[in-house]
Design a protein around this ligand. Structure first.
Ligand code: TNX
Length: 507
């Protein structure tokens, strides 16, 4: 009853009891995993896992000759043994162990010591893909650092390992940049927000941002859970908040405010030297804060009208001998690709970055269906698939009018479950090896509270986790049976997932 489903799962005769007195004996290289397991199981059980040597009834964490993310988990009446290629694998083994326990093992406290009986099993497991991600848009609606860390916990529980943090957009800039304080002084706040996609304004100010210390904390918290945070600074479009803070970045003479409406906006940054230098400086601070090998610079939905009307942009096109504004965007993106590559990082961008040519090391995140992934992989780029048709968690979950966020086309649990990270067009092609994996995406224009986040993300993220972790064979009926058990775990954690029979009255 494990989600995501392990590669091999075999029950054996016998049971084991964990409770007060259970010893945890980790290999020194796995001390971090042991600390995490202690901090999760101890409070839920009402006891402490004791330090000690491997022996009868103990939980042993050992390092073995296998891939870093791979593990085996054996439970017998003599104890638990998790053997892994490295800390990440041991962490996933520990996550699986937690799912072998009753759902109350997911609570934060117990009113007295509990004993948990678990079945004897042997599990062999490893992920199908290296990039098992989720995008969280904290720009449209801010999420506090505590909410982000809770989100990381929920991702890690499902063996996801990349949190793509969408930190900047027209409607808000959420990251403190020391060199440019107005990005958050001005750019982190908006006057009001549209209700619905095109609805009337709500008249309520909204905002918030992470200080650099907050980010260090979030990054370290995620790292302990084997989650890499990939930051996104979206340019040249989706930049109205930055332009509101520093008007010299824009193309217009009129001042702009932080945007209060949704949809693709007209404003993009200009292509002047000062603007390129500005964003290189921003990326330098970003690289200081985020150790991720990948940095996302967006590149999506940049309207070119302002460049078409701008003498400076036209001059740039002539000077560089470019054909048009698409080529100009490509040149613009390359400036940052060079900057990141020279510092040992890899640029990630949405599939629009393919238009007009792209530096070889850049990674394409394919969101407009999977065409970008197919073209990108065939051109030799690593790609991530995240088609809006399959994994956009902001899309409604059922056709009914009672869905609390009636946005997008219907994307049911089964739709997400049926998604395959490798586009069918690449099946059997060598280029398929360029698919690093996938990420589901939670855009938050219409999702303004943690309760709504839970509702949109769960249980669809559970289905998504199987598509990136588990072997390709799909069995929705089996997943649904496992999901019934898993729902109790989510409930014990206080996750307000969507029930199969529809939204609750408050939602
Ligand atoms: C498209 S996906 C966007 C986002 C929106 C989303 C709404 C992408 C690269 N751009 O800016 O939030 O659709 O579903």
């Amino acid at each position: 009853m494990i989600i995501p489903k392990p590669v091999r799962f075999e029950t054996r005769p016998g049971r084991l009891t964990l409770g007060p007195g259970t010893v945890l004996a980790p290999d020194p290289a796995l001390a971090g995993v042991a600390a995490w397991l202690r901090s999760e199981l101890g409070p839920a059980g009402g006891w402490e896992l004791l330090p000690g040597e491997p022996g009868p009834g103990a939980i042993v964490l050992a390092v073995g000759a296998m891939d870093p993310e791979e593990y085996t988990l054996t439970v017998g009446d003599d104890g638990v043994r998790i053997e892994a290629g490295g800390p990440a694998g041991a962490f996933y083994g520990a996550q699986t162990l937690r799912q072998l326990l009753p759902a109350e093992a997911f609570r934060r406290a117990a009113d007295g010591p509990r004993e948990w009986s678990l079945p004897a099993v042997r599990i062999e497991d490893r992920p199908r893909f290296a990039w098992r991600g989720c995008l969280l848009d904290v720009a449209r609606h801010f999420m506090t650092k505590r909410e982000v860390m809770r989100f990381v916990d929920l991702m890690a529980m499902h063996k996801l390992n990349v949190l793509h943090l969408h930190l900047t957009d027209d409607q808000g800039w959420r990251l403190e940049i020391r060199r440019y304080p107005r990005l958050t002084e001005v750019g982190a706040w908006r006057r009001e927000s549209s209700t619905g996609w095109n609805g009337p304004a709500d008249g309520r100010p909204h905002g918030g941002y992470y200080t650099q210390d907050d980010i260090r904390e979030i990054v370290a918290y995620a790292a302990r859970r084997h989650v890499t945070i990939v930051p996104e600074i979206d340019i040249p479009g989706h930049t109205q908040a930055a332009i509101a803070a520093y008007p010299e970045l824009g193309n217009l003479d009129v001042p702009l405010e932080v945007r209060t409406t949704w949809g693709v906006g007209p404003n993009v940054v200009n292509v002047e030297d000062g603007t390129i230098a500005f964003f290189k400086n921003v990326l330098d601070e970003v690289m200081e804060l985020f150790p991720s090998p990948y940095v996302c610079i967006g590149g999506d939905e940049a309207r070119k009208d302002q460049w078409r009307a701008s003498p400076a942009a036209r001059r740039r096109i002539a000077e560089l001998g470019l054909r048009d504004e698409d080529d100009l965007q490509s040149w613009f993106i390359r400036q940052f690709d060079d900057h990141l590559t020279a510092r040992g990082r890899r640029l990630v961008g949405w599939d629009e970055i393919l238009e007009g040519g792209l530096a070889p090391g850049a990674v394409v995140a394919s969101w407009r269906d999977t065409l970008g992934a197919v073209l990108g992989a065939r051109a030799g780029h690593d790609v991530i698939t995240c088609p809006n048709t399959s994994v956009y968690l902001d899309y409604r979950q059922a056709p009914g009018d009672d869905e609390p966020v009636p946005f997008g086309t219907v994307l049911t649990l089964e739709d997400v479950y049926s998604f395959d990270p490798v586009p069918a067009e690449l099946d059997g092609e060598d280029a398929a090896r360029h698919v690093l994996g996938s990420q589901c995406c939670l855009w938050t224009e219409l999702i303004d509270s943690p309760r709504h986040v839970d509702y949109m993300v769960f249980p669809r993220m559970c289905a998504f986790a199987e598509t990136v972790w588990s072997p390709r064979a799909r069995d929705f009926a089996g997943f649904r049976d496992r999901m019934r058990v898993h729902e109790d775990r989510l409930a014990a954690l206080g996750v307000e997932y969507r029930r199969e029979d529809g939204p609750l009255p408050w939602q």
